[in-house]
Each structure stands twice: as C-alpha cells, then as structure tokens.
Design a protein around this ligand. Structure first.
Ligand code: AMP
Ligand code: GLY
Length: 417
C-alpha cells in the first residue's frame, strides 16, 4: 500500500515512522516532509495548502491513504477534496475541522451538546469586548477566534492588559485577522491533560494519556510554545477518570457530531482541565498533537495503518487498538530565542551518536550542502521508552547532551512535578 503524509514536523515524522512499521505499507510519501521522513520515504516539494496539487499527486500515484497532519489543510477542506476525487483520507472534513478553526464555533458546539466548558462570551466589536471585561473576574482568558498557530490565547491579570490585548487582536490585527472575533472566557483552575482519540464518527477510541509542557522555561514560566516536551502516560492523570471522561465528554461529543451531521474521521485532540474529579474542555483540536503524538505513538502496539484505514472507512469498531505499558518521554530541542526570533541554518551534529534505543524525530531541520541544519524553532524531538518514567527521562536527557547545535535549548524538567 502507498501512503501520503501531509506536513513537515515531528508529528508527521512520528506518523510516518509508525506507518513504516506496518507490514501493509510498501511506500511512504510526504508533502513536503523533512529530512527525517526522507530516511524512510519520499519527500515531495509542495505546500500543505495546495489542495489541487495534492489531489493530483494522489491520483497520479494512486495513493491508498492520505494522512493529514496539520490543522490548516484540514480547515481548508483537503479531506473533502480527496473524498470527492474518490480517495481515502485520514482527517476530518472542513465542517468538522471548524471545531478547531473557530473558537466561537467550538464553544457553541460544547454548550449545545452539554459538554462541560468554561463560561464565555463571543464578541466581534472591540468596544463591546471592552464592556464585557467587567462580567468576568481576573485572570481572564482572551481567545482569538481563528487559527493563530498557538498564539491565539492570552491570559490577562488586570483590566489594562485585557484592553491592550483586545486592541492588539481586534483593532491592530496582530494575528492576521484571526482575532477580529474573540472569545472571552472564565479562567479555569486544575491540571491540564491532553486526551487524543481515534474516531470514525461512529466509534471513539481514546489513546493513552500524555502530558505536554507548553511554556518555554522550566517551572512552566515564560511564553507559550507549540510544546517543549511530553511524557506518556500523563503522571498527573488521576485514576478512575475513564468513566467520567466517557460520560461527560466523549459520549456527548459523539452525539454532537451525529446531530450536527459532521463527518469526522481522524483524530480528535481534547484539551481538558481537570479538578476534583471533574473535567472541562478547553479546546478541541482536529488532529494529532505535536509533540504529544511522538510519545503516544511509540506506545502503540497495533498497526497504525490498519487503524487509520478503519477510521477512513468508518470501520473503527472492527480493529483492536493496543498499547504497551511502558513510559515514553519526548524532549524538544529548540533553537535559541524560540518562541521569539531565532536563527536558521545552524549545523546540527552527533545525531547519529545517540544510543540505539533513542528515536530522534525531525521537527525543524533541513539539508544544506549535504549537512543537517536547523530550520525551525522546534528542531528535533528526542524520544525514548522505559520501564519507568525516570528511565525514559534519563535516556532522553543523555541524548540531549550528545546532539549539538549552536543555541541548542531544552527544558530540564519535562515530566517532573
Ligand atoms: P487552547 O488553545 O484553547 O487550549 O488554549 C491554550 C492554553 O491556554 C491551554 O492549554 C491552557 O493552558 C490555557 N487556557 C485556555 N483556556 C483556558 C481557561 N479557560 N482557563 C485556564 N487556562 C486556559
Ligand atoms: N502540543 C499542543 C498542540 O499540538 O496543539
């Protein structure tokens, strides 16, 4: 079978790596892919936003399954276009992808389908938004409605900062229009947990838990990033949450998809805040998380290709999804300066010198004159399995010492309390 992976990050490398382990997969293509994926498949130049080019490629190469990694092509209707051309896609339709593409749409979905979430208002007028501030306590959460590559959520502690943020988003157009509509939301306390699930729109199968570390600095300080490291299982996840999550979140979510006629075949990533044994939904993402996926997929014992095809064919109830009991850690090596300005094109050394049981996924790398160089804020994802969390962490931190590039930065407290 031939598969095409859309995207170029560590998440897509991890997906390609697992697909490559399937006895059914003969050939992996990626658009555009990265140098890590190029070691196991064929990378093809092209934009993830060019639906016509991607559909033509799929036709020409008779691709059996296209796996769409990032949210932007999902929100652009790539799954719809592939389906219309008669090809299988793993990823929700444009309509369903709006659960990530619009915070206001997503909150409305949660309220209508009785999924617990923070109290909110949706506003499109700046003055109206300023007036609404008084209806909330501080801290207050301000969310740009549209896709903003992880920069769309700001938590403010006072009215001046709230007004400043609203002005930046709504008047100054700081987020390229993503903030012309905003959601003001009550601040929730508790601990955060990402729950990723496979679904074909009829059946939903939760994956093992994972914990992301979003802020750039140790101790959860500094600005948010795309994610600086993950561990799976999530050490903070209380026991006995499965039933509560099924009843209060997953069942109403599936009922909501059905009632709203949403064709959802792919991964739903549910951002949760958990307190006193109760969960509230912070957000839905319509794709695998990055870097959650890197830890989670290393624990998958079943054939990823089989699961993805089952989702795409609405036969998820026909496959078994099995996980290993071990612990996995994933550490992001980032470029100095990220998530602010950083340099690209810096040579990376010693990737080959890490221990045999380390898996290194490429996130932001490129080849320049035959040499591996940095090409993004998040550069490499170092992953390892262990019988315990400590064993997995020891392995990744050892490898983080070996791999080198100027400005290399990583958090020292992944997986710790
Ligand atoms: P989102 O993109 O909606 O997940 O928001 C990004 C991050 O902002 C989340 O991972 C949380 O850390 C934080 N956040 C979002 N909404 C809330 C909320 N209502 N209360 C507290 N923190 C929040
Ligand atoms: N790691 C968070 C995300 O993928 O959105």
């Amino acid at each position: 079978m031939k598969v095409l992976v859309i995207g170029s990050g560590g998440r897509e490398h991890a997906i390609a790596y697992k697909l490559n382990q399937s006895p059914q997969v003969d050939q992996i293509y990626a658009i555009p892919g990265n140098p890590g994926i190029a070691q196991i498949g064929t990378c093809v130049d092209g934009s993830v936003e060019d639906n016509d080019m991607i559909v033509s490629f799929v036709k020409e190469h008779q691709i059996d399954l296209t796996v769409i990694g990032p949210e932007v092509p999902l929100c652009n209707g790539l799954a719809d276009d592939l389906e219309a051309a008669g090809f299988l896609a793993f990823g929700p339709t444009r309509h369903a992808a709006t659960l990530e593409g619009s915070k206001a749409f997503s909150k409305d979905f949660m309220i209508r389908h009785h999924i617990p979430t923070a109290r909110y208002v949706e506003v499109t007028d700046y003055q109206d938004a300023v007036n609404q501030i008084d209806h909330f306590d501080f801290p207050l959460v301000i969310k740009a409605d549209g896709l903003a590559a992880g920069k769309g959520v700001v938590i403010v502690d006072n009215k001046d900062d709230a007004i400043k943020t609203l002005k930046e988003m709504m008047v100054d157009g700081a987020l390229d229009g993503a903030g012309s509509k905003v959601v003001l939301e009550e601040f929730l306390t508790g601990f955060e947990c990402s729950l990723l699930c496979f679904t074909d729109g009829k059946t939903i199968v939760p994956m093992v838990s994972a914990k992301d570390h979003k802020q750039i600095f140790d101790g959860n300080k500094g600005p948010n990033t795309g994610g600086m490291g993950t561990v799976s299982p999530n050490p903070f996840m209380p026991d006995n949450m499965d039933e509560v999550l099924k009843e209060t979140v997953l069942d109403p979510f599936m009922k909501g998809l059905k009632e709203d006629h949403m064709d959802y075949r792919g991964v739903v990533f549910i951002g949760l805040m958990i307190e006193n044994g109760q969960a509230k939904v912070l957000e839905f993402n319509v794709r695998f998380g990055d870097p959650e996926t890197q830890s989670i997929l290393l624990r998958l014992d079943s054939d990823l290709y089989e699961i993805m095809v089952a989702c795409a064919k609405r036969e998820l109830d026909q496959v078994e999804v099995k996980w290993s009991n071990n612990h996995v850690a994933c550490l992001v090596l980032a470029s100095g300066g990220y998530p602010g300005k950083y340099e690209k094109g810096i040579e990376i050394s010693h990737v080959e010198d890490v221990a045999d049981d380390i898996v290194v996924f490429h996130a932001g790398t490129a080849l320049k004159d035959g040499k591996l160089v940095t090409n993004g804020g998040r550069v490499l994802n170092i992953c390892a399995k262990g019988q315990s969390l400590k064993e997995a962490l020891d392995k990744v931190y050892q490898a983080a010492n070996i791999i080198d590039f100027d400005g290399k930065y990583y958090r020292k407290d992944i997986g710790l309390r």
